[in-house]
Write a protein that binds this ligand. Structure first.
Ligand code: FAD
Length: 467
């Protein structure tokens, strides 16, 4: 049968961690699946311009920093040099390898790939334009078109000096100075990468604190640590103007309570958030409701038009790869007729892979109070954890947020070594509705940084062992 005459059970537009994971799951559930992707490779932002390449660079930054401090570990080198071409080549190799793996998974699961731009002309029809135009017929459609870097009004990318997360990954050399506009996870991760490669980094944030979605105390601790590590951080600072003069970026900033100032840098990274990619999909004609470009959905990820679903960064939930995948799985399980439970958005772990790392799950202290809980908290410092001392990474802490009566854990917030791995335990603790006492009785291996979680649970009762 030719591809033109197939009616797919489900057609998915966009092959990021939302779309491609949904495609695999749909195939596993016995559905006939089409996946439409406008880029030449599957994998989306996460694989090509997000999670994967940034974490590859962060590893280089960690190793380089460790090498520079080799003496502390008794390891002496004559010369330590960063060859940025090799750093970049390794990052590209990792992306390529994982892209090949994703391609393999598409073939293994018999997902029909259409390369081109998809737009929905009817609730069962997608027009694919590009080099190989096609009409794809499907019983259900999943929109997984993701997001792209948001720009501020009047701001123009020149691809040379003013960059987003895409262009900065293509730099051939380490810039002398970098202005990072926006102190969310993307901005902070790039600040952490380039400052450790030797770039003079300034981070500008309009809100009063960096990583504004994290718990206040975590933001404050990170600010102190990054400042100590010579990253200049300006909060309550509004970018008024950004121009390029003589090959340099000139930024005019108004900082609360101070006269406007001009900052000059070799490059600027715009990290002021991500906007949903929903234009040109034909949503208006179909009557699919949108809010500021985001596509609201119900508990099955179905949009206002029956049979059309949306998942991932294009829906108004946290913009995270693992959440996009879970939303995708939920949507296709529902399409396949399985009974599904709504996702619990309080249980989505969030990580920033800077140095030190930051991770959290559940409610911040403020959010818990706003929801009406009487709250108790504890904090246990990594300075008192043996393994953190061995690692030479004593900065940071584990913070627990519990409701007062039973000390049920509502939130876990961490800053310190390997906390992006530890957060899996946090998700289990909150997901299983454990109380601090339960956590304090769990035997944690010694010496590990995970002992910080157990100690923070003891600390809720004022009885931490090692502090
Ligand atoms: P995307 O990954 O954006 O994929 C959408 C796909 O749809 C793209 O391939 C696009 O080409 C395609 N597309 C769009 N429109 C059309 C169309 N009309 N027709 C055909 N194809 C179309 N999240 C984490 O969880 N952990 C991290 O460490 C992390 N790091 C990040 C670092 C950076 C620098 C950035 C920018 C983001 C990071 N994220 C991270 C966020 C994560 O990348 C996104 O949440 C995730 O990629 C969203 O997945 P998605 O499938 O919804 O969309």
């Amino acid at each position: 049968m030719s591809r033109e005459s197939v009616v797919y059970d489900v057609a998915i537009i966009g092959s990021g961690p939302g779309g491609y994971v949904a495609a695999i799951k749909a195939s596993q559930l016995g559905l006939k699946v089409a996946l439409i992707e406008k880029y030449s490779k599957v994998g989306g932002t996460c694989l090509h311009w997000g999670c994967i390449p940034t974490k590859a660079l962060l590893l280089n930054a960690d190793l380089y920093e460790k090498a520079l401090h080799g003496k502390e570990f008794g390891i002496l080198y004559k010369d330590i040099n960063l060859d940025f071409r090799l750093v970049k080549a390794r990052k590209d190799k990792i992306v390529k390898k994982l892209a090949m793996g994703t391609d393999f998974l598409m073939k293994k699961n018999k997902v029909a790939i259409y390369q081109g731009i998809g737009s929905i002309s009817a609730p069962d029809t997608i027009q694919v334009s590009g080099e190989a135009p096609a009409e794809v017929k499907a019983k259900k459609i999943v929109i997984a078109t993701g997001s792209e870097a948001k720009l501020l009004p009047g701001m123009e990318l020149d691809g040379q000096c003013i960059l987003t997360n895409k262009e900065i990954l293509d730099l051939d050399s380490v810039p002398k100075s970098l202005l990072v506009v926006g102190a969310g996870a993307v901005g902070i991760e790039f600040a952490s990468i380039f400052s450790r490669f030797g770039t003079d980094v300034t981070v500008v944030e309009m809100l009063p604190r960096i990583l504004p979605l994290e718990d206040n105390e975590v933001s404050e601790e990170l600010r102190k640590i990054l400042t100590r590590r010579r990253i200049k951080i300006m909060t309550n600072a509004r970018l008024e103007n950004l121009t390029v003069q003589d090959g340099k970026v000139q930024a005019t900033l108004s900082v609360e309570g101070a006269p406007a100032q001009v900052i000059s840098a070799e490059k600027a990274l715009i990290g002021v958030g991500r906007r949903p990619v929903s234009e040109g999909l034909g949503l208006e004609q179909l009557g699919v409701a949108t809010t500021r470009g985001f596509i609201p959905v119900d508990e099955h990820m179905e949009t206002s038009v029956p049979g059309i679903f949306a998942i991932g960064d294009v829906v108004p939930t946290q913009q995270l790869a693992h959440l996009a995948s879970h939303e995708g799985i939920l949507a296709v399980r529902h399409i396949a007729g399985e009974k599904t439970e709504p996702l619990n958005y309080d249980l989505v772990p969030s990580c920033t892979y800077c140095s030190p790392e930051v991770s959290s799950v559940g409610l911040t202290e403020n959010a818990a109070r706003e929801r009406g809980f009487e709250v108790v908290t504890s904090k246990f410092p990594f300075a008192a954890i043996g393994k953190a001392t061995i690692l030479g990474e004593n900065d940071g802490f584990v913070k627990l947020v519990c409701e007062k009566k039973y000390k049920q854990v509502l939130g876990i917030h961490m800053i310190g070594p390997h906390v992006t791995e530890l957060i899996a335990e946090g998700t289990a603790i909150i997901g299983l509705e454990a109380c601090a006492e339960d956590v304090s009785h769990l035997i944690h291996a010694h010496p590990t940084v995970s002992e910080g979680i157990m100690e923070a649970a003891h600390a809720i009762y004022g009885a931490a062992i090692h502090f």
